[in-house]
Design a protein around this ligand. Structure first.
Ligand code: GRF
Length: 200
């Protein structure tokens, strides 16, 4: 089976990156990991598995677009078909999104369109919803607003704290992000307006 080259973008602990690695998606090749923060755990995880790491420190650039142009230059040689944002804490500009049109996906820790942006787990608890979860979606210019590929529901109990809820959401993230990557790499996702149709 021919493999789809993916670039995984990270900024932190990289537990979703680890889940992608561990899931061993046959149709995907993790060609490169891109990181914007020096010294984070995600870099170690990639190196341990022999995956090339391109570190592009956002603090070194005057504008978001210059930062992104450097990323595009760095990943140019990897022949990337899919960009996976797995805890990448930067908002992408139209320039970068245009470079990978309909080929960027993101994992977000809520049931979008509820609780976009930051602190989504805290937001869900404070609002008092009984269910939250996580969403994998295509990336558009508007933050956390692109077409939804997969979602998983996590019930909230009265005992839940931000920590316990985050742990439950993570468990679901580690399942649906690799699954969404697999579906993309196997050519099973089709966009119809805002809807993502999944063929079996
Ligand atoms: C995840 O919860 C993801 O939903 C959010 O950032 C977090 C990344 O965690 N976008 P990790 O770096 O994968 O551990």
């Amino acid at each position: 089976m021919s493999k789809t080259n993916i670039a995984v973008f990270v900024s932190g602990s990289g537990t979703n990156l680890q889940a992608i690695i561990d899931s061993g998606i046959e149709s995907a090749n993790i060609a490169v990991v891109v990181c914007d923060i020096p010294g984070v755990m995600a870099i170690e995880r990639a190196r341990k598995h022999g995956i090339p790491v391109e570190l592009v420190n956002s603090g070194d650039f005057e504008s978001r677009e210059e930062f992104e142009r450097q990323i595009v230059a760095k990943i140019d040689g990897y022949d990337i078909d899919l960009v996976v944002l797995a805890g990448f804490m930067r908002i992408l500009t139209p320039y970068f999104i245009g470079c990978f049109s309909n080929r960027i996906i993101n994992i977000h820790p809520s049931l979008l369109p509820s609780f976009p942006g930051t602190n989504s787990v805290r937001q869900a608890l404070d609002y008092g919803v009984k269910k939250t979860g996580c969403t994998v979606h295509f990336v558009r210019e508007e933050v956390d607003a692109g077409p939804i590929i997969l979602q998983a529901v996590v019930p909230i109990t009265e005992e839940d704290t931000e920590e316990t809820l985050l742990e439950k959401i993570h468990t679901e993230e580690y399942r649906i992000l690799p699954e969404a990557i697999r579906l993309f790499c196997e050519g099973k996702l089709t966009l119809s307006g805002r809807r993502v149709l999944i063929s079996s």
